[in-house]
Design a protein around this ligand. Structure first.
Ligand code: KIV
Length: 275
């Protein structure tokens, strides 16, 4: 048995048990190479449908397909060993009926080997969440700002900015928790609301622009690395990789154009079998 085989992957019940425990560290990843890095530090890797905007340059997550999520989910599973990999269900793959949701989720779990799925929505998704969890699909919920609803909500503005608007969001969070989700993403809500929901629900809350009081936090990797051209106001940038990458590409282009490119034998160590 190799050392790799000894690493046990976290499960949805492991994450569920972290309510009010050590904060849950989560980031998104869409590729094997970033998953490898993130896996060392994170409890959850989310293959978010944000990949539509980050990787593919779409304006919203609405055009993302199930096949895109499955392809990138495979890559992240290959790149990681320890973190629970959660894959987002894209718009149109689960809302029509609980049966449609089960068929789509079953494809994701079977074809990628991931440990859980995430879907957006509150009270109106509760019946589907209960149906899925009763049939072996671990579900992470997502309330507050739900980007797949962009065409009905009109903008990516924070939700529940006025106390008068908190009730429906709290009701959504409670409905998702009571339906059997193992964790709940709360996106872009007023800080006191994020804190209140965290106190009220029995499952771990994972905040993104919600509250430091949440049981864990998540960010889009490219946003916190300084690789995304536009980021929400709440994102703290932990790196500025965009300018560094551009400088490296510019130096490469200069080398190629000035024929200062190193000879091939200096660039790659020869593999034994090629010698
Ligand atoms: O798609 C995504 O990356 C997400 C996170 C922002 C939570 O849903």
């Amino acid at each position: 048995m190799s050392a790799q085989d000894d690493i046990k992957r976290l499960t949805a019940p492991d994450i569920r048990a972290r309510k009010r425990g050590t904060p849950i560290v989560s980031l998104t990843a869409y590729h094997a190479h970033t998953a490898r890095l993130v896996d060392k530090y994170c409890d959850i890797i989310l293959v978010g449908d944000s990949l539509g905007m980050v990787m593919h340059g779409f304006e919203t997550t609405v055009p993302v397909t199930l096949d895109m999520m499955i392809l990138q989910g495979h890559a992240v599973m290959r790149g990681s060993q320890r973190a629970l990999v959660v894959i987002d269900m894209p718009f149109g793959s689960y809302e029509q009926s609980k049966e449609q949701a089960f068929a789509s989720c079953a494809r994701v779990l079977k074809e990628t080997g991931c440990g859980a799925i995430k879907l957006e929505g509150g009270r109106h998704m509760a019946e589907t969440i209960a149906f899925l969890t009763a049939r072996g699909v671990p579900v992470m919920g997502h309330v507050g700002l739900t980007p797949q609803s962009i065409n009905t909500i009109g903008s990516f503005r924070a939700q529940g900015r006025d106390e008068a608007d908190w009730g429906p969001i709290e009701a959504d969070a409670k409905a998702v928790a009571e339906a059997g989700a193992f964790a709940l993403v709360i996106e872009a809500v007023a800080e006191p609301l994020g804190r209140r929901i965290t106190e009220q629900v029995a499952i771990p809350t994972i905040g993104i622009g919600a509250s430091a009081a949440c049981d864990g936090q998540i960010l889009v990797l490219e946003d916190m690395l300084g690789l995304s051209p536009r980021v929400p106001k709440f994102v703290r940038r932990y790196g500025q990789l965009g300018p560094g990458i551009e400088a490296a590409i510019a130096a490469y282009a200069d080398d190629v154009r000035s024929r200062a490119f190193p000879a091939p034998e200096h660039t790659y160590p020869m593999r034994k079998k090629d010698q």
